[in-house]
Ligand binder design. Structure first.
Ligand code: IPM
Ligand code: MG
Length: 357
């Protein structure tokens, strides 16, 4: 990639967002110092906090900040006061959907990588987990999420539509990724029922001819949901439409043992977005108990994407160091606080004594 990482928009958002993002930024600043990286960081509002302050979940000012940035680091979005009232017309999640659409973030990339030291935490049997390492490519700006909507009192419609070009652009990224991995690409769809899925199969099948080294397979989403827990090792690159990817990625996160460990990136035409896959976890907000690793690994993904491989590696090693040495937050069965994990990784990066923690 030729893009340069000069400006990052920092969007802490709601719930535990601000505290996990604070750790991500702390770690980012530590590598910036260590590797003499000169990156401008600018903070903006999104989600419930943005509604409170501006009336909008993705204010124009935040959009501008994102458009001027090369990358965005997002915490989480959502507040319980919106959850049980379907009549509310302005909701925090709209901020996320608007950001994806406005910034053209059509590909959401969610790696599912296990930490062997934590395999006991998963509800899945340990022997099924060894060697699990796959990545989900979820289409993010089309399908049922953005289709035509109709609503009367007793009738509601959410249309699922896809254009060929929307499938081609994400499939291209997925094929390219599989060339760097085990050359296995699995399209998850419902082509036995849905026309939109049949188009996905057609397009992906045709594109596969340009990647003869890649073995393309297809699974119906119901079967795939079962296969992910029965035999997760079979997957390498998984490609899905928006809604199926949403569901499959939460399911896959269970393999890893905690949602607090999984980063993600979203790519498209402009700035790339990096965020933990967990939500705003309001019950833990402000308590300094959330796991910041998903956010710290999102910073790692960002640096790697922009070619700062050494900086990314040192973060990854710092995370591994914490996990292997039992520096765990409560979701992993440990006693460390969110900020202590950030401090430990910063200590690792700066080569200070961290064992005392
Ligand atoms: C996700 C989330 C979002 C989605 C919600 C918060 C709108 O579940 O990023 O997976 O459905 O895309
Ligand atoms: Mg989801």
């Amino acid at each position: 990639m030729n893009k340069q990482l000069n400006k990052i928009a920092i969007l802490p958002g709601d719930g535990i967002g601000p505290e996990v993002v604070a750790q991500g930024v702390k770690v980012l600043k530590a590598v910036m110092q260590k590797f003499s990286l000169n990156i401008e960081l600018n903070e903006g509002l999104i989600g419930a906090i943005a509604i409170d302050e501006t009336g909008e979940p993705f204010p124009a000012q935040t959009q501008q900040l994102c458009e001027e940035a090369d990358a965005i680091l997002l915490g989480a979005i959502g507040h319980p006061k919106y959850d049980n009232d379907p009549t509310l017309t302005v909701r925090p999640e709209q901020g996320l959907l608007k950001m994806r659409k406005e910034l053209g973030l059509y590909a959401n990339i969610r790696p599912i990588r296990l930490f062997p030291a934590l395999s006991k935490l998963s509800v899945i049997k340990e022997e099924l987990l060894e060697g699990v390492d796959f990545v989900i490519y979820r289409e993010l700006t089309g399908g049922i999420y953005f289709g035509k909507k109709t609503r009367t009192k007793d009738y509601a419609v959410d249309e699922c539509s896809y254009h060929r070009y929307e499938i081609e652009r994400i499939a291209k990224l997925a094929f390219e990724e599989s060339m760097h991995r085990n050359r296995e690409l699995c399209l998850i769809d419902k082509a036995n029922v849905l026309d939109s899925s049949r188009l996905w199969r057609e397009v992906v099948g045709e594109m596969g001819k340009a990647y003869p080294e890649v073995n393309v397979s297809y699974l119906y989403v119901d079967n795939a949901a079962m296969q992910i827990v029965l035999n997760p090792r079979q997957f390498d690159v998984v490609l899905c439409s928006n809604m199926f990817g949403d569901i499959i990625s939460d399911e896959s996160s269970v393999l890893v043992g905690s949602l607090g460990l999984l980063p993600s990136s979203s790519k498209g035409d402009g700035a790339y977005l990096y965020e933990p896959i967990h939500g705003s976890y309001p019950q833990a907000a402000g308590k300094d108990i959330a796991n910041p690793i998903a956010t710290i690994l999102s910073v790692e993904m960002m640096l790697r994407d922009f070619g700062h491989v050494e900086a990314a590696n040192v973060i990854q090693n710092g995370v591994n160091y914490c996990i292997e040495n039992g520096l765990w937050t409560s979701d992993l069965g440990g006693k460390k606080r969110c900020s202590e994990i950030g401090d430990a990784i910063v200590g690792y990066i700066s080569e200070l004594a961290v064992l005392s923690l």
